[in-house]
Design a protein around this ligand. Structure first.
Ligand code: 5GP
Ligand code: ZN
Length: 111
């Protein structure tokens, strides 16, 4: 998608600090970290919300969660972390390419 920041990051047209990449997902550092460790995990396929999941995308999301679990120690998250997916306006979703916030590296406040 042309006007999507995360599609542009995936395409390498906007630079990012990548921490993991494979053929179907990318994990990179959030540009405005809200915790000591703040990563964003995105599927390479563009869609915005879980309301758009079909069986293929649901399976992809499952593999993404599985991968985050596998990588947690490598990413410095062995003491725990929080996964957040903002959906729509009331949640403050600003980028309309589904992304999982991965927050950790410290004790997190509940907000
Ligand atoms: P949302 O508010 O949609 O859940 O989260 C969007 C996130 O993307 C925000 O935490 C914001 O800091 C991050 N972000 C926005 N633009 C960029 C960018 O160009 N590069 C990176 N690395 N993160 C971005
Ligand atoms: Zn996109």
């Amino acid at each position: 998608m042309e006007n999507c920041i995360f599609c542009n990051i995936i395409a390498g047209e906007i630079p990012s600090a990548k921490v993991y990449e494979d053929e179907e997902m990318l994990i990179f550092k959030d540009i405005e970290p809200k915790a000591k460790i703040h990563l964003l995990c995105v599927p390479k396929e563009h869609f915005s919300t879980v309301a758009e999941l079909n069986d293929t995308r649901a399976a992809l999301l499952g593999r993404i969660f599985q991968k985050i679990g596998t990588l947690k120690d490598t990413l410095g998250l062995s003491e725990g972390y929080r996964l957040v997916i903002n959906q729509g306006e009331n949640a403050g979703q600003t980028v309309h390419h589904l992304h999982i916030h991965i927050l950790g590296g410290e004790t997190l406040p509940w907000e």
